[in-house]
Design a protein around this ligand. Structure first.
Ligand code: PAF
Length: 286
């Protein structure tokens, strides 16, 4: 594995791969790698000739009250994990190279951002779209890998790629779960022992709602209510339980097409998110 910090060196390496006709799988991250990232790298490894992973804590996607400085960083540990996962190039640019001087052009994400976590994180997805546009231009990936744990980010990236005619295949990878169904997250360690026992109820709530839909329920309110009833039996506080079309993230009066049911629940020291995406058309074909 090569670790590259310098932008021109990265461009040179990418040019070399392209001249050899190699497909490039790209896994953008902010580091502090966990199993979710490694699953993305694994999939990229299987589907491409080479794998590029970036580690860049992107200042543009942090709000004024979100602690950019305190974001966990451990590049040595990450480099060892990335190498083990079969990454060929680990790109670790400096902030002043990614954001040199005053910007001439910006990107504002118009849709898919005013709901779910985006509602309380103004400007966050603009920052994500800006850095990904830069990274995509540098890496020129054949395929880019994102986890569906953050399904809203996947929806925004889908919009970015299609609006700007980017020749990139977006690969959305299923959420990695503990045996009891809890979505894996670095935040799970902040749960108390009691909360950790309750936390799998988030996924249980989503599954119960999915069962209702499978049984023919098409009223979003009924499905949301069923999920809330289960989450209400935990000590967590519901931030949202919402259902939208996916990936458009528009409200729906009737469940049809592809939808997402997403939850965010605050426990004493950890706010957990989870979701399921259901394609009703596939369900009806079974
Ligand atoms: O999901 C993340 O870690 C970040 O939002 C991403 C996609 C690497 C952009 O900075």
């Amino acid at each position: 594995m090569r670790q590259i910090t310098d932008i021109s060196q990265l461009k040179e390496a990418i040019r070399q791969y392209q001249s050899e006709g190699k497909s490039i799988g790209f896994v953008p991250t902010m580091g502090f790698l966990h199993e979710g990232h490694l699953t993305l790298a694994d999939k990229a490894r299987q589907e491409n000739d080479v794998v590029v992973m970036s580690i860049f804590v992107n200042p543009a996607q942090f709000g004024p009250n979100e602690d950019f400085e305190a974001y966990p960083r451990d590049i040595e540990r990450d480099a060892a994990l990335a190498e083990n996962a079969g990454v060929d190039i680990l790109f670790t640019p400096d902030a002043h190279d990614m954001y040199p001087g005053k910007k001439n052009v910006t990107i504002h994400v118009e849709r898919r951002t005013g709901v779910l976590c985006g509602r309380s994180r103004e400007g966050h997805f603009d920052g994500v779209a800006i850095v990904l546009t830069k990274l995509f231009n540098l890496v020129q990936p054949t395929r880019a890998y994102f986890g569906l744990k953050d399904a809203q980010q996947v929806a925004v990236v889908d919009g970015l790629i299609s609006d700007f005619f980017m020749d990139i295949e977006l690969v959305a990878v299923d959420t990695v779960r503990e045996e009891d169904g809890l979505a894996k997250s670095s935040r799970n360690v902040y749960l108390t022992a009691e909360e950790r026992k309750e936390a799998p109820k988030l996924y249980r709530a989503l599954q119960t709602s999915a069962e209702l839909i499978r049984a023919g329920e098409r009223d979003p309110e009924a499905v949301i209510k069923a999920a809330k009833e289960i989450i209400d039996t935990t000590s967590g506080t519901i931030d949202y339980v919402e259902l939208y079309s996916y990936p458009e993230l528009e409200p729906v009066n009737k469940i049809e097409g592809k939808i997402i049911l997403a939850v965010a629940v605050a426990f004493s020291k950890a706010r957990l998110i989870d979701n399921i995406i259901i394609d009703i058309r596939e369900m009806e074909r079974i």
